[in-house]
Design a protein around this ligand. Sequence first.
Ligand code: ADP
Ligand code: MG
Length: 735
Amino acid sequence: MLAAKGIRTAEDLLYHLPFRYEDRQNPRSLDELKVGEMASVIAEVRGFALLRTRKAPIFEVTLGQGRMAMKCMWFHGGYLEGKFHTGQTVAVFGKVEPSRTTRNFKMINPQFEILPDASEDAETRMLEVGRITPVYESLGGARLASRWQRKVIFHLLEGLRGAMPECLPRAMLDRLSLPDREMALCQAHFPPEGTRMDALQAWATPAHKRLIFEELFFLELGLELKRRKMRERAGISFATTDKVREAIREVLPFHPTAAQKRTLGEIVQDMREPSPMRRLLQGDVGSGKTIVALQAMLVAMENGYQAALMAPTEILATQHFLAARKLLEKSSRNYRIVLLTGSLDEDRKRATRSLINRGEAHLVIGTHALIEEKVEFDRLGLVVVDEQHRFGVLQRFRLMKKPNQAEPDVLVMTATPIPRTLALSLYGDLDASVLDELPPGRTPIVTRRVPDERADDVWDFVRKQVEQGRQAYVVYPVIEGSKDDQPEFDFAQDSPAPGSTEPSPPKAARKGKTATLFPKMVKEANPSAKSGLKSAMEMHEKLRTGPLAGLRVGLLHGRLDADDKEVTMRRFQRGEIDVLVSTTVIEVGVDVPNASVMVIEHAERFGLAQLHQLRGRVGRGAAKSYCILMTGERVSEQAEERLNAMVRTQDGFELAELDLQMRGPGEFFGTKQAGLPDFRVANLIRDKQVLELAKQEAARFVADPGTDVSEAERTRVRERLKEAWQRRYGLVEAG
Ligand code: ADP
Ligand code: MG
């Protein structure tokens, strides 16, 4: 069970820190509670009952402290029968709510622990009561809950007393005033009497700081070494002659913005260097990354090398392919451009692979298939990865090249505006260029929230826009209505079972923890709405025959085969489709400047980053553009906040910061799928400052650890680094 949670060694367990603490030495009195706060309370069981209501059985416990009383209720609480007895002392933790029946308070679904009484052994009592008690996330049901962990961790710490190896140099700890590892672990698990509760809950004690620093230090140290290693590798020095400049000038469709010129300059500068380029190009949706990449690829091709462009979806790869072909038609060179995606038939794939292998394809555009199909390039010079966040954060691409060839340059592009600190740590081994200017002639997008009841007005508006020669997108969260048929998203499997409100630690309390599922969709505990969800297929039919009858309405979603997708996309691009009903497959990269309306139905179900990306599909031309966020179901507080933010601002960085705060970095990037290092104690938002410090210290250590760091300490740091990277980030990168 522990291994399933990633805990295989004693050390793993020791780094599983409590997610909160309870002061059981000075417990709160019931009359000092305030409605709305999260509180832990120790009280005596006065009575209990299982109430069978029509909806769900509720287990109710009355707790008392002197003359004060508080009710605790657990929905679906049948499983609690037999657990409580009058006279027991229990600790509960939950949100304090006003009670209607009495002047007192109540808690709904609080976490609880029955505290040991005199019949329990002294050690159990010592660990559970009369102290600041650590509370852990369960590692597997009731058996491996807090009580078990306290015991085991207590004994581990006892057993290792005086023998726990330090992994950071003494001099560094002294300089930063951080405690040693043993003390930090002891105090983070069992805080000494008098430790401030607010510092503990915020993970801001010296013990916590030390453990956070340690984790981030080894992350930054690894990144720093990788940067150095890459600089020593043999790459290609591309030449930028007048001939190359002329080749670019020939095809450029417009005047680049100052930001495009600057970023291209940075990229080309890297390309001229003999060491391989590893550069990140960040630019909000619509900032014009594609053309920058195309120019860089032209530099590679003009130097006699092949260039590869990888996109996360077939639609996007196809779009790039068509755009590149159109652009290079103007070129006096005869560049051959090929498209390689997974859905091509085997013959086409084989033929394309061989063109690439023989060096007859100069520009290769594709999806993941470029890696999966084991394509071997003849002379690969530059790899561009578009919309990298869709592939995974730290995943690196190794396209195959022939033996004994130089390391190609790599340019990674992303439209996820990554807050600076995060970019520094996550892409720490990449240099970054930022496109911070939109091409001229854009007018701000008007964003409005519209309730479902006013749908008729929305469709009227769409019709009017089409009459003016514009095009529109209408986006739905799912392809088809049935709930187990939603390949575009994974939220269906992830939402709680209908009506279930099992007690679980509140999200906000799980400091330092990141969630695990890629949030293609924001999960809302609104199970009844599932069946009422409008879908792309169903609404395509309804709109086509109803409110949008007479217009040319197309349908696009991930389950169409590649040819159909391509045909539909191309027809939309050429203006042969007026309204494109779609799922979020159009979220990344799709570029049709004539489209001026983006209608998003069930907007409350989409994440902020996703809404921003979708909105970025319009406002790409000079026409005034609109984003209409339609909401049907009950809108949660969080969704409300997201929608308001969308109306308030169009600034991708501002939205990203907000998104990050609301969801945490794990969900922001989609931890597991994205390969984001899964931190044990650090939290990149909370620990921004420690991260900066760790980065400085790592750079300093690599440059020169200093004479006060012994040889043994250096060795220990190196060993620890290897361990940390292999275990925590091992899957991220093999090399
Ligand atoms: P993104 O950064 O989101 O990938 P694109 O590269 O798709 O953005 O560019 C968005 C739109 O802006 C495209 O239609 C593109 O042709 C146009 N564009 C890019 N750069 C310029 C420019 N310098 N002047 C005018 N239009 C531009
Ligand atoms: Mg793009």
